[in-house]
Design a protein around this ligand. Structure first.
Ligand code: ASP
Length: 472
């Protein structure tokens, strides 16, 4: 126990957030989730074993499916989706299945896992037979399942199938409380286990159901909560969150610590390190997440702590700048629409009726602009236009594509008016027009819409201004 405490303290010496990790409630249970790149081949499995066995605590390991080994490689999950799409074409499916089978055989051979321990070829033979009657989620989940089986054999840990733990309703919504109870029950008398990520079971149909892509991060958080872990380690191929996307801002620095709300804002606004729902199972717990780099053990990563725990530094800090391209602003205009009580409701209802998600809704006296993903409007612009006219009558509708959103995320946003001024000044100096602004109602993020072709410029301009003002 003392060893673990000392190690955890040594990892985050500058932030008092580590108090959460080393609180008196420490029970030395931890969860380690490994992303696909960390498990892409046998050599990487060996590194994972080194990391996992370094701690002595009760340990639950959550693997993704093997990812890319090199830039032009294909992730196992992508191959599995291809396999599913070939369910009517046996020859094509057989070829794809053999590519996936070979990836697992290579891993098993490299780890000296024998056919007696796990018969990979036999498994794929059966899978091909099942394919015509399988659902897509089941086939997609087989990457995590097989990866988990091999990892559990290699580590000598028990294998727990998440189909018995991660429970979804008929709408594919996670049933959180039941899931947490199932995890606690199944793991009560187990010290070490491998629990594959990404999938679970629909309790109504009994069918396998997956989260959205990248969902193993959520499984890891659920397991951490269910076993009441002292920390959730999310091992990936980057050294944590950065103050801005390093592909745009080369000098962007690693963020040592974030709180849960900041993480959620950053993930929703395009920082792709963790799935944006990762934090949900942990929101009202004291379990911190550490994002660590499997390939750089010296890097301290990013610690993501409950909202009560702030960085030791009291000066206002921006947690990060994130952003996304690919938005369209649907501008609905009518004189004095702001005075109508039902206008916004009816407009949003039209979006719902056309199954088009809504991201932001800036409103003015004569215009309502609804921001959505350009991809979500594909083949639906006319349908939406007609529906809006049907429910709202005499209006004009303009679709303005090419919009990107840039967000500055900080818990101090609402208490520091200077942030906004610095952002707007930076954009003005760089001659970048602002197409919309929206301060998230959680008051953690200030979102600015700019033309897509100025996206990188906007992030760089804001980043430099924040550096100048010592916000980052
Ligand atoms: N393997 C799945 C994917 O590629 C889930 C995950 O990696 O978290 O999306």
């Amino acid at each position: 126990m003392a060893d673990i405490k000392e190690r955890l303290i040594s990892i985050f010496p500058v932030c008092h957030v580590y108090e959460v990790v080393v609180s008196d409630n420490i029970n030395c249970t931890y969860v380690a989730k490994f992303g696909g790149t960390s498990l892409s081949d046998a050599v990487h499995f060996k590194r994972v074993k080194q990391i996992v066995t370094e701690y002595e605590g009760r340990c639950f390991v959550v693997p993704s499916a093997p990812g890319k080994r090199f830039a032009s490689d294909t992730k196992v999950t992508d191959l599995l989706y291809t396999l599913y799409s070939q369910k009517e074409d046996f020859d094509a499916a057989k070829e794809t299945a053999s590519i996936i089978e070979n990836r697992f055989l290579e891993i098993a051979n490299g780890l000296k896992i024998t056919k007696e321990q796990f018969d990979i070829s036999g498994y794929f033979e059966k899978l091909l037979q099942e394919l015509p009657n399988s659902n897509e989620d089941y086939i997609a989940s087989r990457g995590e399942y097989l990866c988990g089986r091999l990892l559990s054999i290699y580590l000598g840990y028990e294998f727990i199938d998440p189909a018995d733990l991660i429970l979804f309703d008929e709408y594919k919504e996670l049933i959180m409380k039941k899931t947490l109870r199932a995890i606690a029950r199944h793991t009560k008398s187990i010290d070490r286990a491998v629990i594959p990520g990404f999938y679970g079971k629909n309790i109504v149909t009994g069918e396998t159901t997956t989260f959205s892509r990248g969902g193993s991060d959520i499984t890891g958080a659920l397991v951490a909560r269910g076993v009441n872990a002292v920390v959730y380690d999310n091992w990936t191929d980057v050294s944590g969150f950065f103050t801005a996307d390093p592909r745009i801002v080369k000098e962007a620095a690693r963020v040592p610590a974030l709180n849960f709300s900041e993480l959620r804002e950053l993930s929703c606004m395009g920082a792709s390190v963790l799935h944006s729902s990762t934090v949900l199972p942990l929101m009202d717990s004291n379990i911190p997440i550490r994002v660590r780099n499997t390939f750089d053990l010296r890097s301290k990563g990013t610690l993501i702590a409950p909202n009560d725990y702030k960085s030791a530094s009291s000066k206002p800090k921006v947690a990060g700048i994130a952003g996304k391209k690919g938005f369209t602003s649907v501008i609905i205009s009518k004189l004095s629409l702001g005075e109508s009580r039902s206008f916004v409701r009816l407009a949003l209802h039209a979006f719902e009726a056309c199954s088009i998600p809504v991201e932001h809704i800036p409103l003015s006296m004569d215009n309502l602009s609804v921001v959505t993903f350009t991809a979500a409007l594909k083949n639906k612009k006319k349908m939406l236009h007609d529906e809006l006219q049907r429910v709202l009558g005499d209006i004009s509708v303009d679709f303005c594509d090419g919009l990107s959103l840039v967000a500055a995320v900080s818990s101090s946003l609402s208490t520091n008016a200077v942030f906004a001024r610095v952002m707007f000044d930076a954009l003005a100096k760089a001659d970048i027009s602002i197409r919309l602004t929206d301060q998230g109602s959680g008051a953690n993020s200030l979102v600015i819409g700019v033309d897509e072709h100025r996206f990188d410029d906007a992030i760089r301009a804001i980043y430099e201004a924040f550096i100048e003002h010592d916000f980052i």
